[in-house]
Design a protein. Structure first.
Length: 296
């Protein structure tokens, strides 16, 4: 594995949806998430990180060092137990080890970071694992992503659909079709912002240069293997990366985020495609020591 990253990063993701539901709200009948005060659409950080995890799992196929900790149908304790088994195999009995080795908790944490990409990247809370009074602890990951918000207010449409397949024999005696509903956004462009801490990578998880390149690849392609009728046409349109010259950074993150200006073209009343927007990077707002890269 390559060396741990030495530079701080910030990044901006622009992605869009056409005739789909990018992130349904279970508390609102699975309607697209909307800020009730402004009408802007929202997509949670958990949703975006799920797409990244799924891409890494698809590409790496559980290769050593690139397993995924938070995954469907795999209890967390099953993965936690591997750290315990590792200690029993490679060290003395854990009960005796804890008495003699004050760093046993760090060894467990490091094992999890080394083997699970998403722990090394996003961190994890692994305090449910209890054997011999041990657990895998809490890991604060170097990569953090905020909620995505739409550039303009969105309008959620409820579309009625019909199907010819009847659920039960009793229903089939009385009707030939059944009704259903889908909630869609005709079009919306979303913006998410993220952070990569070289300090946390060095001190805690060991997030490396190879891990970073995989992260950019996963962000760019996170919707390419996740297509479905419910989510419509979704794609990452821009990934803008800011690389600082040192571990702790050269300027506040908000200044770099403010330099990315995304707005609707004046003649467009109702955006229906990505080309209805302009994306401009205001270079005069960016320090000379910060390197800007448009990955797409």
């Amino acid at each position: 594995m390559s060396e741990v990253i030495k530079n701080r990063y910030e990044f901006v993701i622009l992605f869009d949806v056409e005739n789909g539901n990018p992130n349904g709200d279970p508390d609102a009948g699975n309607m697209p998430r909307i800020d009730p005060e402004t009408g802007y659409g929202l997509v949670t950080d958990v949703c975006l990180k799920r797409k990244i995890r799924n891409y890494v799992e698809t590409v790496k196929e559980d290769a050593k060092g690139y397993e995924i900790y938070i995954r469907e149908d795999v209890p967390l304790n099953r993965s936690d137990n591997r750290a315990y088994e590792h200690l029993e195999t490679n060290d003395k009995a854990v009960k005796e080890l804890k008495k003699k080795d004050p760093d046993v908790d760090i060894k467990i944490r490091d094992f999890m970071c080394e083997n699970f990409y998403d722990i090394r990247t996003f961190g994890a809370v692994m305090t449910t694992f209890v054997k011999a009074s041990l657990n895998c602890g809490q890991v604060r990951g170097p990569v953090q992503i905020g909620f995505a918000r739409s550039i303009d207010p969105i309008i959620s449409q409820e579309v009625t659909i019909t199907r010819v397949a009847i659920t039960t024999e009793e229903d089939a005696k009385n009707k030939n079709t059944e009704m259903g509903r889908k909630n869609i956004v005709p079009y919306a462009l979303y913006r998410a912002e993220g952070y990569v801490s070289a300090s946390l990578a060095r001190k805690v998880t060991g997030f490396s240069e190879d891990d970073l390149e995989l992260l950019w690849e996963a962000v760019i392609n996170m919707f390419e293997h996740d297509h479905s009728a419910a989510r419509g046409k979704m794609a990452v349109r821009e990934l803008i990366v800011f690389k600082h010259s040192k571990e702790l950074g050269d300027c506040p993150a908000y200044k770099l985020f403010d330099s990315v200006d995304v707005k609707k073209k004046e003649q467009i009343a109702y955006p229906r495609k990505y080309q209805d927007y302009t994306v401009e990077i205001l270079e005069e707002m960016i320090p000379e020591t910060v390197e800007v890269t448009r990955k797409i």
